[in-house]
Design a protein around this ligand. Structure first.
Ligand code: ME8
Length: 518
């Protein structure tokens, strides 16, 4: 039985249409899911929408809808975007599903049974945009002297009866967790930030609300709904069937919760404390990625720079967009995008380098060799090229991807592509056609063999294009895993089937900047 691997994204607030940050996080998670599948893991990948809370209730009210109507409408846009981006999720969860409600109530009861919940009165600051409570000492002053959350969002003074979770009880246990499992919070900078916060002291957390009713009912306290983050975090286990330990429970504990840096505290302080209280195992890792900016700026309605990720996919192609996101930005840090940057990267690396290599190689085999590969007898230069390609595709690339250092892994892969193009230029197979046709055959065969490794390795990032190339190379769909790369007999087997290389269809058209781009 393959080893289970469970990866989740944050669940997104469907109070509006998805933005590029949502696309970025979910593409990254998809790349990881596909990478682990190619390594042979039994992967489960969950994403979805976080549909309760005051933010949703207020937005629906503004639009004259019920929160349910708003959630139904907007959640559809998220699912459509993820389908468009070729996101291979196994489960798209919506927190309004009845099973999610009962799972959240089961977790609540488990925390109650541990003596960790008590009724009291909440008085303090709340930010609806962040759906977060803040201490007075955390607040900052806005330009007009008004109080703002540390994220710069408005806060409201809130007084109401509330259930509290004994978070303070878990301070030492959490510090022990961070010390004994340094990988629990990644990257290290985020880990340090969380440790400082917890060392500063934890206050009990208000975990229910009575001033509105859009949420999961608190069991036994019908006028309370759960604080939205309590039910939101529960999605990671409700999506596996919690509290039943059914067929999907083998995926817990999660290998990776992939989230953005702004919600690291909820995932690395509240979530493990809830789980410890309820007696559920803790996830293995929480990774807080950086933010994606539009030409260095946060997207906002007031700046008028909000970009629809579906439009970017339509304009540049899904794989070019995916490639750009994983290649351009050092994962973990903030990064910037612009149409120019996408076009430059995609043209230089995908169209002119990788695409051109595939196009030249396959066209010459189709034309000059009449599509026939023939028996392979490499020489020194050919073996050296294959060693370079294999080292990149079988060692450097997967090692870096395992560490989520995507841009470093892709860089190693791209260097192998460059090495192939340099080899083509040096060997000049078009000139050999007249002078030494047998040598020409060996050169083209070498490139054909190299292309297989290059295409197999890069599948997580550009699944559609890599898959198309593998089909053109005659590689069966069940022979495309990382383990398959080590099969040295494949080339001979391909010849034995009488496989003929057809004239290729171009993989990556050169992109142009749209005229409307600033
Ligand atoms: O926070 N760049 O939902 P959300 C990169 N519902 N990532 C970004 C981003 C940007 N510009 N903007 C947002 C929520 N994100 C909660 C999560 S999980 C139990 C509940 C990331 O729709 C953000 O960091 O505001 C988060 O990981 C995800 O998008 C969803 O954000």
């Amino acid at each position: 039985m393959a080893d289970p691997y469970y990866i989740t994204t944050a669940i997104h607030y469907p109070n509006g249409k998805p933005h590029i940050g949502h696309a970025y996080e979910t593409v990254a998670a998809d790349v990881i899911a596909r990478f682990q599948r190619l390594k042979g893991r039994d992967v489960r990948f969950q994403t979805g929408t976080d549909e309760h809370g005051l933010k949703m209730a207020r937005k629906a009210e503004e639009q004259g809808k019920t929160p349910r109507e708003l959630a139904d409408e907007m959640s559809g846009y998220f699912r459509d975007l993820f389908d468009r981006l070729n996101i291979s999720y196994d489960r798209f969860i919506r927190t309004t599903e009845p099973e999610h409600h009962s799972a959240s109530q089961a977790l609540w009861r488990a925390m109650e049974a541990s003596g960790d919940l008590y009724l009291d009165r909440y008085e303090g600051w709340y930010s609806i945009r962040d759906e977060a409570f803040y201490d007075e000492k955390e607040l900052v002053e806005g330009e007009g002297g008004e109080k703002l959350s540390p994220q710069g969002t408005p806060v409201e003074w809130t007084v109401e009866e509330s259930w509290f979770f004994r978070l303070s009880k878990y301070q030492d246990k959490l510090l022990d967790l961070y010390a004994s499992q340094p990988d629990f919070i990644q990257p290290d900078s985020r880990r340090n930030e969380v440790m400082r916060f917890v060392e500063g002291g934890l206050r009990d957390l208000s975990v229910s609300r009575t001033s509105f009713d859009w949420g999961v009912r608190v069991p036994g306290s019908e006028d309370h709904v759960m604080y939205v983050w309590v039910d939101a975090l529960t999605n990671y286990i409700s999506g596996l069937g919690y509290p039943e330990e059914g067929a999907n429970w083998k995926y817990w504990p999660a290998d990776l919760h992939l989230i953005g840096k702004d919600i690291i505290r909820f995932h690395t302080v509240y979530w493990p404390a809830f789980l410890m209280s309820a007696g559920v195992e803790l996830p293995k890792q929480v990774y807080g990625h950086g933010f994606l900016l539009n030409r260095g700026q946060k997207e906002s309605k007031s700046l008028g720079n909000v970009t629809d990720p579906v439009a970017l996919a339509d304009q540049f192609g899904v794989d070019a967009l995916r490639y750009f996101l994983m290649r351009e930005i050092a994962f973990g840090q903030d990064g910037s995008y612009s149409p120019e940057a996408i076009v430059t990267r995609a043209n230089a690396e995908l169209a002119n380098s990788f695409g051109n290599l595939a196009q030249r190689t396959l066209s010459m085999i189709a034309k000059n060799l009449d599509g026939e590969l023939g028996h392979y007898s490499p020489e020194g230069d050919d073996k050296a090229l294959l060693t370079t390609v294999q080292d990149a595709c079988r060692e450097a690339f997967p090692q870096q991807f395992e560490k989520l250092a995507f841009s470093v892994g892709i860089d190693a892969w791209m260097k192998a592509v460059y090495a192939c193009n340099q080899y083509v230029d040096e060997q000049a197979p078009w000139a050999l056609k007249k002078t030494d046709p047998e040598r020409m055959r060996t050169v083209l065969q070498t490139l054909f063999i190299a292309l297989r490794d290059l295409a197999i390795a890069i599948q997580p990032v550009i699944p559609e294009k890599a898959g198309h190339l593998l089909t053109m190379l005659g590689i069966a769909e069940d022979a495309r895993t990382y383990e398959d790369m080590a099969d040295e007999g494949w080339y001979g087997a391909l010849i034995a089937t009488g496989y003929r290389v057809e004239p290729p269809t171009p993989l990556f058209p050169r992109l142009e900047l749209p005229e409307t781009a600033e």
